[in-house]
Design a protein around this ligand. Sequence first.
Ligand code: DGJ
Length: 747
Amino acid sequence: MRKMGFFLTSGILATLVPTTAQAKVTAPAGAKIFRLDGAGVTYAMGVDEKGYLQPLYWGAPLAAGDPLVSTDPVKTGDPVLVKAPGELSGFDPAGSVTLQEYPGQGEGLVNDPGIKTIFADGNRDLVLKYRSHSVRGETLIVELADIKRPLTVTLRYTIDPETGVLARSASVRNGDNRPVRVDQIASAVFTLPVGDDYRLHYLTGRHAAEWQKKDVAITPALTVLESRRGSTGHGNNPYFAIGREGVTSEEHGPVWYGALAWSGSFRISVGQDNLGRIRVMGGYNPYDFSWSLKPGETLDTPIFYAGYSNAGMGGASRTFHKFEVAHIMPGGEKARLRPVLYNSWEATAFDVTEAGQEALAEKAARIGVERFVVDDGWFGARNSDKAGLGDWTVNRTKFPNGMKPLIDKVHALGMDFGLWVEPEMVNVDSDLYRAHPDWVLNYTGRPRTEGRNQLVLNLARKDVRDHLLGVLDKLVSENDIAFLKWDYNRNWTEGGWPEMPVQDQQRVYVDYVRNLYHILSELRRRHPKLEIEGCSGGGGRVDLGILGLTDEVWPSDNTDPADRLMIQDGFTQAYPTSVMMAWVTDSPNWANTRTTSLDYRFLSSMQGGLGIGANLDKWQQEDFTTASKWVAAYKTIRQTVQRGQLYRIDPPSNDNASSATMYVSQDRRQGVMFQMLHSSMWRDNPTPNHPKGLDPSATYRVSVLGGGVLPDGVPARASGAYWMERGLRAPLKGDFVGTAFVFDVAG
Ligand code: DGJ
């Protein structure tokens, strides 16, 4: 398999699904039925006799040559392959009841359109019909055109042969000699068979409470997952999964899922259309958006990735993780495992000094940390969050000889070095703002609302983009930096771009994000060994766009180890553990003042990319001993946790006193099952947890991670079948305790 590449089309970051020699796209000339087949998935559409492109099928694989008929319920049983329905009633004209793969807002459409436009003469009717198709490499390209005006929409499709994950995007081109205003444009519209038993699973929350799972019925009342914040946001993540009531469970039943590769304002709507068909539409958020498309100009959308699994929510997320690791994350499957990291933020906040950081680095090295990261506070006049953002030069009061002595020390201790930056922001109290007050998002003469005392730089401006790239390039070139933690700590408020003609000012929503991607990709190109962590006050900007350009993300500022179990459970519905960082911090935790043991904190954080963010200056010798034990143990299971298959044996929730999560290496030679007890109930809970994913015929040795005695009655060796059938449970007692069992193939 070839690794997916990134390419730029009309300035937008786009990704190609990797290809094999096998043809996965069937688009016979003349037949007007298009079909994509990948592992476990068939997707099909066809052109009806009136020229509409209709979705025909998305689900479990069909046999080659199977008939593909219209899913329109009005025509059920009709032998005609792709049939255009007639008018249903005076209220439902033919165009509005025709199931369209990508409808324009026209002809009385009453559901969410793929695209909505206004022509220069005020015409708002857009009716898209099939014009042509081609297959380039393994990308199917279908061109639709308005029935009257020279406006075309190009739909692109690829399917990953190994996971069946589709990559869909759209472009609109104005072939007219006057501008056309685009008010809404989706990356894709997906259709599921008619049914009243669908449930939508999504992820939502807020700062320090991200990744909460929700599960709602899909009805004609649309559910809208969106961000209007300028970035992805801590609220609804641009991810969805759909199952069927009573049929779909964690390990069984159909699941349709997907995620947008976009780090700006987005909108995904999910609901039943006027005939009960399930429609999922996603792309740029039309809220406060419009794009005046010049004559000859093309506007591209981000990619909407989507997949299908018949193995429940667990199967869906395992398949999606596999795809994301292989084809979204930089470096793919060969990417380096996440090193054990130390971060100074919770220990020192802005009180960063050379001596203080060196002392922390010495202690971090003692416990086996591999990367030392200085967080906020090292630059400009940054003694609090009131000043300094924008001035990315080392603070000479805190680091009199620059960063080199600390970096040398960190290297001498055997760790690599990382720095925190927040390039997109500026404090009013900064040299950058004093020099360029016009560089922030603003409306002329209107207040500039500060968030955390900062304003958002307008990255859509080329001068701002080039300045930031230059500053970051210099920082990385002049210092031996292996890692940047790239933070982003507020939402947009006054999102104006006054220097642009009025009709082009709302391009800011797209150009900002494109330029962010440009800076990140160009920085990576110039510094191929540099790794980057995406952060936005925790998990405020996690999506498949940013994940294509970062090596890991910070899911939440909430570092409480019990809350974190739920955060991690939510996060991994959509995104893989390979990018999910988790720190062990101090107790009581800042977020909720909960007190937990160091063992419990490690067991929680070891279920992702392990980091330590505690104030090591306050640790006692026994803490260092405990931490060294867990860091060493983590390194023995890191490959399995970060790159293995995730099984949710007993998911954490507010209703559940305990939880269990299992990771199994891709070759099934190692499995690790974490059992966590939130709060003891009654005298004992004898219910065993049943491992999943092991090779039933292999013999596994079982041990307690970090050392320890196996519980009574648990044999030291048995087959995978034995463990999965019999299960096992540690006799945990008390509150906030845990353990982990490691299964290694014997011999
Ligand atoms: C928000 C991040 O999520 C924290 O980890 C920390 O880096 C602070 N910003 C620093 O200001």
